[in-house]
Design a protein around this ligand. Sequence first.
Ligand code: ADP
Length: 251
Amino acid sequence: MEYKIINYQTLGSTNELAKSIASQSPEGTVIVAEEQSQGKGRLGRSWLSPRGKGLWMSIILKPSIAFKDLPKITLIGAASVNMTLSEMGIDSLIKWPNDIVINGKKICGILTEVKSNMSHIKSVIIGIGININQDLVDIPRDLRHRASSLKIIKGEEINRDKVLEELLDQFKRLYLPFKLRDDISEAINICRKKSSILGKEVFVLKGKGGKKLGLALDLDREGRLLVDYGNGPERLYSGEVSIRGLEAYSK
Ligand code: ADP
């Protein structure tokens, strides 16, 4: 897989642009924007992407996979971000299924989307947003208790190009075994070892179904979360679920 990086100043959303060009673009096409005016989170939520302060990017992928395997791409992304930060001397944890947190605050979110017809997936778009050089004033007051940036944590400006370069290397290293041999063992190992929730009590939010308290037990080999609500383990698919800790990042 060869990467081809396309840079933009302002986009609504790198995922939207990537989706619009996916069918004519080879695997490994990377869209990077200095700023997103309508950055997206999961389930219709928004992702703040101020100009020049973060890495706002999407990668176009063309794996032959079934819909049920899509969450694995998110986990590969999460493990890649964790490894990238770790290479830079920054310890982070993975909040299954799609966030990277440091000291209980979110510094990265991942949004995986598809271009497909009724029966099969044509392209997968993985969007990764990393808060890099925001100062506290760049983070809205109502998010400060649960969002941070690498600069706030490290106390120094960080080179965004270096983060991108390392991230693309790490992503390729974890994605190719999955694409070629359906092997996500290393990505899952990283997600387990660096999980912010395993062994802890968490609230599981499912659509309008309210929140349920359970104990996060483990990730299985497919990357699903095993949760015990009191009646033994149940498997959670990432799609419609949000996890909240009991303390930090609890709203
Ligand atoms: P959740 O964390 O609620 O499952 P998402 O992963 O989809 O949701 O992320 C979107 C949420 O993250 C938004 O609703 C907002 O609370 C928060 N958010 C938005 N922009 C940022 C950002 N740049 N950094 C950290 N958190 C953000």
